[in-house]
Design a protein around this ligand. Structure first.
Ligand SMILES: C[S@@+](CC[C@H](N)C(=O)[O-])C[C@H]1O[C@@H](n2cnc3c(N)ncnc32)[C@H](O)[C@@H]1O
Length: 242
């Protein structure tokens, strides 16, 4: 969808959207029109039609079944292609077309990292092994995320590190009583990797020594460099969370 936004003239995209809305009589209440449009999308898979569907779907969610068919229900009285969505879309497309961005929709294992140089930066926000994201269980068209994918991604990051390419990895070390031991031992065995705690109360001390809520998430950003953190200086009147 983003690639199509980038390639098309802005007017072509906007006309396509307006024409579909007319053709199917899409509105805040026309569920039948929405369902017909959804049926057509699932046959033709036109990326711009996917955008139209999302505009009218429940909570604007993008959801598919195991056959890769869009199956999000209608967003009655809530979702439509309104003036502010149109304005945001226009701004987004203009920016997209003036910026040099390439999109890839492949598994990280099939992504070619060889074009990167040592002043490049790779940020990864993968599914978290110990949480239950909709993309973790291998359903709804997703491949799933298991110990295998986790280890392969960490190996990919090790390879980047060897080439002196900086990386940052978002993840959770603990969540609702579960612990990501693969991740913990990976960091422990690489002395130049740094755990940056995103929960403020862990950031100034060793989280293992704190008496903390066993159900809490320990959210981290793991980097192979020492990040420069610009923090506002605390005054006596700020709340301390130690
Ligand atoms: C924590 S979410 C990232 C959300 C993203 N930062 C955002 O703001 O939209 C994890 C993402 O990893 C994607 N994903 C799952 N398996 C993948 C794989 N094998 N290769 C690449 N991406 C994958 C999921 O589709 C999901 O979008």
């Amino acid at each position: 969808m983003y690639q199509t936004f980038q390639e098309n003239d802005l007017d072509t995209t906007l006309n396509h959207i307006e024409n579909r809305i007319k053709e199917f009589g899409l509105s805040l209440t026309n569920e039948d029109g929405y369902k017909k449009m959804r049926e057509q999308y699932n046959k033709q898979k036109n990326p711009l039609d996917l955008f139209v569907l999302i505009a009218y779907s429940f909570n604007h969610q993008i959801r598919f079944n195991n056959n890769h068919e869009f199956n999000n229900p209608f967003g009655r009285e809530r979702s439509s292609f309104n003036a502010s969505m149109k304005q945001n879309l226009e701004k987004f497309i203009i920016r997209l077309k003036e910026t040099n961005i390439g999109f890839a929709n492949v598994c990280f294992n099939n992504f070619d990292f060889t074009f990167l140089k040592n002043n490049d930066f790779v940020y990864c926000d993968p599914p978290y092994l110990i949480t239950t994201g909709t993309y973790n269980d291998g359903k709804r068209g997703f491949k799933g995320w298991t110990d295998n994918e986790e280890k392969q991604l960490l190996k990919t990051l090790d390879n980047l590190d060897k080439q002196e390419i900086k990386f940052a990895l978002s993840n959770v070390l603990e969540h609702k009583g579960k612990s990501n031991d693969i991740l913990k031992s990976w960091v422990a065995s690489n002395p130049n990797y740094k755990i940056n705690y995103l929960n403020f109360n862990y950031s100034n001390s060793n989280y293992q020594t704190l008496d903390r809520d066993k159900n809490a998430s320990v959210e981290v950003l793991i980097t192979n460099y020492e990040p420069q953190i610009h923090q506002k200086e605390k005054t006596l009147f700020d709340e301390f969370n130690f």
